[in-house]
Design a protein. Structure first.
Length: 166
């Protein structure tokens, strides 16, 4: 069994076919699962809303100004996270996802740790994120890492907004 010590986090991995396929697959899983959890299940990537489909089909364009983190075990992409470019002293964490087969190995924590380090390197004062209310495990992880619930900047129902000072 692979343990979390063999996980490598790669910042903005190159545009190799393997890197693109691995990241695209993780983003597809994230968006398809999220839509299903919202009660808006879609059959495949082609049925996703335009914005999300664009992320899956060309993540490097969708996140051109951001830092993309990919966690790998050997040659397999097992987790991802996006840190938005700093704006007004703040960055946002988006698209945190770990392949369900690799959960419980500290991958999400390692991605978040790298994201916070990345933000700090760029002089960010605080990091924010939003998470669906039903993702209680993710909320607990964020709280363990010092994020607190804050006033919502997003009007979508069931979305919890959190932030952490750096």
């Amino acid at each position: 069994m692979t343990d979390h010590h063999e996980v490598v986090v790669v910042r903005s991995p190159g545009r190799s076919p393997a890197a693109e396929a691995g990241l695209a697959a993780l983003l597809a899983d994230y968006h398809l699962r999220t839509e299903a959890e919202k009660g808006e299940a879609v059959a495949d990537v082609d049925s996703l809303p335009d914005r999300y489909r664009a992320e899956v089909l060309d993540p490097w364009t969708a996140f051109a100004d951001d830092v993309v983190l990919v966690a790998r075990v050997a040659d397999t992409a097992v987790g991802c996270l996006v840190v938005t470019a700093p704006a007004d002293g703040r960055s946002e964490i988006k698209r945190l996802w770990t392949d369900p087969a690799f959960r419980g190995r500290g991958i999400a924590s390692r991605l978040l740790g790298e994201a916070l380090a990345q933000a700090a390197e760029h002089g960010v004062d605080s990091v924010r994120l939003s998470v669906w209310r039903w993702r209680t495990g993710a909320i607990a992880l964020y709280e363990r890492l010092g994020f607190t619930v804050t006033e919502s900047w997003d009007g979508r129902d069931q979305l919890v907004c959190m932030q952490r000072k750096l």
